[in-house]
Design a protein around this ligand. Structure first.
Ligand SMILES: NC(=O)c1ccc[n+]([C@@H]2O[C@H](COP(=O)([O-])OP(=O)(O)OC[C@H]3O[C@@H](n4cnc5c(N)ncnc54)[C@H](OP(=O)(O)O)[C@@H]3O)[C@@H](O)[C@H]2O)c1
Length: 250
């Protein structure tokens, strides 16, 4: 079987939606029988394993998406085969911590729930051919060169939430100015999509793309000056540092 999933909760449910969207067949996916797995198997026809040992026996690629504290125990004592790939999405769980429990090829990934739209920038370390189809079905692969880089890049999974807070703030402000809620929501969200796409898809240096928007004396520049004078950039950078320090705690 193509893929087995141990830990069928919120993240795995988004991933399953993304895989279906990308054309993966439900018959190629085997689920460990806890969490949302029985319901999803009943509704959509995924194969339900009797236990994690059977799942590891049946699948070449195994995704681990249990809560971090449950990770080593969930993969210990299963009959791993040489060359079998264990993809761990568990935030902050090192490859070494899993290698002790599972003698497989251990690859860390960090997808986000935009997987269900095929729009997840998914971190991967080390880049692994056997995982390519899976990661690209969820969006774009972001390959890292070391586990230390992977840990730093993991911040992006939190930025995904912080960006949503900014979108909500903007939408709520617009609603307070009288815009219809749906209009305010689409405007706030699509503006962030547009900003992200310009930075992702244009070749010009990032700061040049921004500068091209900042007419001297115009509203964009005036707003940036105000945000800077109020310490907003410093607060963002400080928050990145603080959350990375937390991720690096043993
Ligand atoms: N949520 C996100 O957006 C997101 C994004 C990136 C990475 N992650 C990572 O993904 C992991 C899962 O997060 P989540 O939000 O999806 O958590 P969740 O909703 O709590 O799901 C975890 C699932 O794992 C199951 N489970 C626990 N131990 C198990 C075992 N030994 N065998 C089989 N299943 C087991 C739980 O089943 P029971 O209900 O029966 O306990 C639960 O359904 C975390 O490590 C997190 O760091 C999450």
């Amino acid at each position: 079987m193509k893929l087995g999933i141990i830990g069928v909760g919120h993240l795995a449910a988004s991933i399953l939606t993304g895989l279906t969207r990308a054309g993966w067949s439900v018959g190629d996916i085997c689920l460990s029988p806890r969490g949302q797995a029985p319901d999803l198997a009943r509704q959509h026809g995924y194969v339900l394993a009797t236990d994690n040992a059977e799942l590891v026996q049946r699948c070449d690629l195994v995704l681990l998406a249990v809560r971090p504290a449950d990770a080593p125990a969930a993969v210990r004592g299963l009959n791993w085969r040489e060359g079998q790939v264990l993809l761990s999405a568990c935030a902050g769980v090192s490859r070494a911590a899993l290698a002790d429990a599972a003698p497989a090829q251990i690859v860390r990934i960090m997808p986000i729930t935009a997987s269900e739209l095929g729009a997840s920038p998914t971190l991967i370390f080390p880049p692994t051919k056997a995982a390519e189809d899976f990661v690209t079905a969820l969006g774009t692969a972001i390959e890292l060169d070391s586990e230390d880089q992977f840990n730093a890049a993991t911040i992006s999974a939190a930025v995904y939430g912080w960006a949503q807070q900014l979108i909500i703030d903007g939408a709520e402000w617009s609603i307070a100015q009288g815009l219809a809620p749906d209009t305010a929501r689409q405007l706030a969200a699509q503006t962030f999509v547009a900003a992200g796409r310009m930075q992702a898809e244009q070749d010009a240096p990032m700061r040049d793309i921004l500068s091209s928007l900042c007419t001297p004396g115009g509203i964009t520049q005036a707003g940036l000056d105000r945000l800077t004078s109020q310490g907003v950039s410093d607060a963002w950078r400080g928050t990145y540092d603080a959350i990375l320090a937390r991720l690096r705690q043993p």
